[in-house]
Every structure is written in structure tokens, then in C-alpha cells.
Design a protein around this ligand. Structure first.
Ligand code: SF4
Length: 96
């Protein structure tokens, strides 16, 4: 199924780049404002597809509605885009 995870990152990979410091960051990479996932609450039906696609950033509350934890690191951008694309109610957007 298309919503299954692809190319997952290993745990702890979100710190990529921090060991080498900002001077070692490739030019042009990661210079934009951090991406975040936004939920359109009236549209969200709490089915939890987003949490299945991106468990690194999305958990569900007791009613099945998403709880987004923080910004989307570069290594999770593809999965965040996939989570937004797979939301059956178009209730999840990736914005900068
Ligand atoms: S996949 Fe969409 S509708 Fe389902 S819980 Fe996530 S944001 Fe809400």
C-alpha cells in the first residue's frame, strides 16, 4: 500500500549534521525555515494514517487525533510529504 513507510531513517538520525557543526553544512541545504506539519482540525477525522506513515513525529491522542511533535527535520521530509499526501481527508499539510 502506498502509505506504508519507505526509506525509513534509523533512530537518532535526526541529529545529522550537528556533529560537524554549522560550518560543515552543505551550501544551500537546510537554509530555509524549518518545515512543520499543520492539521486542519475541522477536516481531520482522526483515523491515524499520518501516525502510521510518520511515527517519528506523529502520535495519536486517546481519541485517535494526531499530536505533532516539533518541526520536520530534513531527513523526515519525504515521509512528511507522504503523510500529507496519504491523509484521506486532506487535513494534513507540510508548510515552511
Ligand atoms: S491522516 Fe489526516 S484525517 Fe487521519 S488523523 Fe492524520 S490528519 Fe487526521
Amino acid at each position: 500500500m502506498s502509505w506504508l513507510r519507505r526509506g525509513t531513517s534509523e533512530p537518532g538520525a535526526e541529529g545529522r549534521g550537528s556533529e560537524a557543526g554549522p560550518a560543515a553544512r552543505p551550501s544551500g541545504a537546510g537554509e530555509a525555515a524549518p518545515a512543520v506539519l499543520r492539521v486542519d482540525w475541522p477536516a481531520c477525522q482522526g483515523r491515524g494514517v499520518c501516525a502510521e506513515v510518520l511515527p517519528e513525529l506523529v502520535t495519536l491522542d486517546e481519541w485517535g487525533y494526531p499530536i505533532i511533535r516539533g518541526e520536520v527535520d530534513d531527513n523526515l521530509l519525504d515521509l512528511a510529504r507522504q503523510a500529507a499526501a496519504d491523509c484521506p481527508h486532506r487535513a494534513l499539510r507540510l508548510v515552511r
